[in-house]
Design a protein. Structure first.
Length: 253
């Protein structure tokens, strides 16, 4: 029992240090605002004439919007995860923490906070889109399953982003690499749907039950069973594992 006490104390100190950043997390604020701004025109693109359509018709025609919103939110959540690390590295926050705490503890608390921040960004995008739909056509149902899937997608994207950020390290380069590493799936789907199905973003979406036909993946090329979940786990573990090894072994100053 006593042997575990020092480790618990270290984790507690690391958590308190990370928690102090939450109140002034301008990176999270910026990503949330960007998610809101992107969600508004997407939702507004739904024709207002649908307001007079039967509820079942409205639900069917607006269902792809959930996937489109989630896709945009996932990219921004990944950028948040990446920026949350690269900004702190650039500003010397990481180096200061490592003067007081072991690397493993700093890493251990940064991963879940990146996931939580990513989930928050995705939720803002979802709610922003539904606010517009409510104002223009009386809204569409927002069930617990859709919210849960969106939060999970944001969390996965946040982990993906922090992993890529720790690997790349350079702030602006990480922005490009992180956004491209997820967004490329929708571009590849335009000319190679079968190959795009296994790329990170579309694997995430399929695992969580989103309608991926809305982002260019044909029905015949979708993955089923445990394969999407296995790919998702593999992609996230590769990003987080690679980033963790880089963080534990590289100079961060």
């Amino acid at each position: 029992m006593g042997a575990r006490t020092p480790g618990r104390r270290v984790i507690g100190r690391a958590l308190r240090a990370q928690a102090r950043d939450v109140g002034g997390d301008l990176v999270l604020l910026g990503a949330a605002v960007a998610a809101l701004v992107i969600s508004l025109p997407l939702a507004a693109s739904i024709p207002s004439e649908l307001a007079d359509a039967p509820a079942g018709v409205r639900d069917t025609l607006t269902a792809p919007l959930h996937t489109v919103l989630a896709t945009s939110a996932a990219v921004l959540a990944a950028v948040y995860g990446s920026f949350r690390y690269t900004v702190d590295r650039r500003d010397g926050v990481i180096a200061q923490r490592l003067m007081l705490l072991p690397r493993w503890a700093v890493l251990l608390v940064r991963l879940p906070t990146s996931a939580i921040g990513g989930a928050a960004v995705a939720l803002v995008a979802l709610l922003g889109g539904h606010v517009v739909l409510w104002a223009t056509m009386g809204g569409i149902p927002l069930d617990a399953a859709a919210v849960g899937a969106t939060l999970a997608l944001g969390a996965l994207a946040g982990l993906w982003g922090v992993g890529i950020g720790m690997i790349v390290q350079a702030h602006l380069v990480a922005l490009f690499v992180t956004s491209l590493s997820l967004g490329v799936a929708t571009l590849v789907a335009l000319f190679w749907s079968a190959g795009a199905a296994s790329l990170p973003l579309l694997a995430f979406l399929q695992t969580l039950g989103f309608d991926v036909t809305a982002v260019g993946l044909s029905t015949g090329d979708q993955l089923y069973g445990l394969l999407p979940a296995g790919l998702t786990a593999g992609w996230v573990l590769a990003a987080v594992g690679g980033g963790s090894l880089a963080f534990l072994s590289r100079d961060v100053t």
